[in-house]
Design a protein around this ligand. Structure first.
Ligand code: GLA
Length: 381
């Protein structure tokens, strides 16, 4: 009797020991949940909500209704320690005052449209030029600066948030009433999935993406991150970052990420494309152009072991190495965002497609449904 009791105690102790030697933070199973709170008011007096999504592993995504932006994303490192891996601000005010699209939904047209114009069905449309001669990320008041209507969703394998917005005919110069739905789902596989959908009542152009700035170390510059992009070709640009129309082989250039390479290794090389972008700020033509979900990129941060895999149905990926960050923005927790403290991997159709008939089309017509999906999946190595 006494012996079996001590065996029992030994077994319990052994279990406790296993339990204690495991990273408590990452292994603790919690109930997936979604929490809503007030985040502040816009200058127009509209209230903004912040939603906190937590999955079964304790991974957490915070999304606000202003710009539909991802405000924070907490994921574990290889020791199970959580860190926020996206740039942004602690308060709504920070976003209203100055945000280079931190975490935002981008639309109606992600990236640039040359000379702020395009023609469709024989009609010419003029857009606000907010980036030199060109239109960037939907114009002066893109989808990153509008209020989205939120609805909480419970999915079988996680929690979700549905955001909707009606972009009126003529808004920022674009034709057609565009009804947009963006669904964020945080799965129990540590994936943040983004499903974009849109319909229109007049022919228009659409290119939606998300502009999160990642830093898998949670701090410092991103130059030691290792990046693989599943693309043999990219779209070279002119000095205004408008694609020339060419699809160029990456082989033998600093744009070659077909095999994982350290971001900082070639970024300072003397290269016309790097000079135009002030670093990496280019669109890669992904090998997968089937419209089905496939791996587009993988990023590894060696110090923390964090890995992020990006899968998408889109044909393009903008890799931007945070070249315009210059220390003039103080973000979350008082962090000063210096040069290249974050990078973006924006899944998309190619920039300036409305003026490049040979690029995959971004035209959406009445009766058609725009539908794309992107997954950011986190793990450790
Ligand atoms: C995109 C563009 C960049 C830059 C950032 C925002 O990634 O391609 O040139 O404008 O957005 O600063």
């Amino acid at each position: 009797m006494k012996q079996s009791k001590s065996v029992f105690v030994a077994i319990v102790l052994a279990f406790l020991n296993i339990g204690l030697s495991m990273p408590v933070t990452a292994s603790a199973m919690v109930n997936p949940q979604i929490k809503k709170e007030a985040f502040g008011m816009t200058s127009g007096g509209e209230s903004v909500e912040l939603y906190t999504l937590t999955n079964a592993n304790g991974m957490e995504a915070r999304i606000m209704t202003y710009g539909g932006a991802i405000v924070s994303l907490k994921v574990p490192d290889r020791a199970g320690k959580f860190a926020d891996v996206v740039l942004g601000h602690d308060t709504l005010d920070g976003y209203l005052k100055r945000s280079p699209y931190f975490g935002s939904i981008i639309g109606r047209y992600g990236n640039r449209i040359g000379r702020g114009q395009f023609s469709l069905n024989g009609k010419q449309y003029r857009l606000p030029k907010n980036n030199g001669e060109n239109t960037l990320h939907g114009g002066d008041h893109g989808f990153d600066k509008v209020l989205w209507k939120a609805k909480e969703l419970k999915s079988g394998n996680g929690v979700g948030l549905s955001l909707t917005y009606l972009s009126k005919d003529g808004e920022e110069g674009f034709p057609g009433n565009l009804s947009v739905t963006v669904i964020y789902t945080l799965t129990n596989n540590n994936e943040l999935k983004i499903d974009y959908a849109a319909t229109t009542d007049k022919a228009t152009v659409v290119n939606l993406t998300n502009h999160s700035y990642f830093n898998l170390a949670g701090q410092g510059d991103i130059l030691q991150h290792e990046l693989m992009i599943n693309a043999k070709r990219f779209t070279p640009v002119d000095s205004g970052l408008i694609p020339t129309g060419e699809l160029r082989d990456v082989q033998g250039t600093p744009m070659d990420f077909t095999r994982s390479a350290v971001i900082g290794a070639r970024i300072g090389q003397r290269d016309e494309q790097l000079a135009f972008g002030k670093g990496y700020d280019h669109n890669w033509a992904l090998n997968n152009n089937t419209g089905r979900l496939a791996l587009a990129a993988r990023v590894y941060e060696p110090r923390t072991g964090r890995v992020m895999e990006v899968s998408t149905t889109e044909p393009g990926l903008q890799f931007y190495s945070g070249n315009f960050l210059d220390g003039s923005i103080t973000g979350k927790g008082g962090q000063v965002y210096q040069h290249r403290y974050g990078f973006c991997l924006e899944t998309q159709h190619f920039p300036d497609s409305p003026n490049k008939p040979r690029f995959p089309s971004t035209v959406l017509r009445p009766g058609q449904m725009y539908k794309t999906s992107t997954i950011y999946k986190f793990s450790v190595k």
